[in-house]
Design a protein around this ligand. Sequence first.
Ligand code: SAH
Length: 216
Amino acid sequence: MTDTPKYRGLRQRLVKELRSKGIKDERILSAFIDIPRHHFLERAFAEWAYKDVAFPIDADQTISQPYTVAMQTTLLDVQKGHKVLEIGTGSGFQACVLHYLGCKVYTIERQKLLFDKTSQLLNRIGFTGVRTLFGDGFEGAPRFAPFDRIIVTAGASELPFKLIDQLKTGGIMVIPFGDSDSQDMIRITKSEDGTLTRENFGTYRFVPFLKGVNLH
Ligand code: SAH
């Protein structure tokens, strides 16, 4: 699937909408201009890529709403060169935004089907620097720890302490936390003396953060 002036125009419009909803970081807005988001949805639904809504992908999962991706990325406060762990690869779009911002990205998916499809997609569209991992995100990625930043893109009903352990001091984790109907967007900061501070940034709705893997 190629990029076209039509899709570029739709991206300009989406970015205008994100600005009007309060997203200010120009680097993040540029990611939405430059990354052809329609590659991350089934071809027949390509135009849905540029509406500010969540949309179904394989394995009964969703690609997060653009506003949610922009918000989580804002809260994560990444710098070039940061090592970032994402839990919930899904379509791969959020991982590509972080890569675009100059981060070294590791992303874990528990659905084998999505892991396979998205790993192939990222190679095909040139995001070969994103390291995709198949596994249970509750375990994190101890081989590559510690991380400057951790972003969870599924709704957690308990806090994943193994992930907090894999965060550097001074590191930040952004995680939607609550019950299955709605979650609060929580930012956890690990201070130099190891204590954790917790801030709340409003209500969202994500697919659940589930334990174990699904091989089908
Ligand atoms: N970041 C994704 C959002 C995908 S939805 C995107 O940009 O498209 C959340 C994803 O989290 C789903 O694909 C789901 O399968 C995955 N997930 C849920 N629990 C998980 C776990 N324990 N480990 C890894 N991935 C998990």
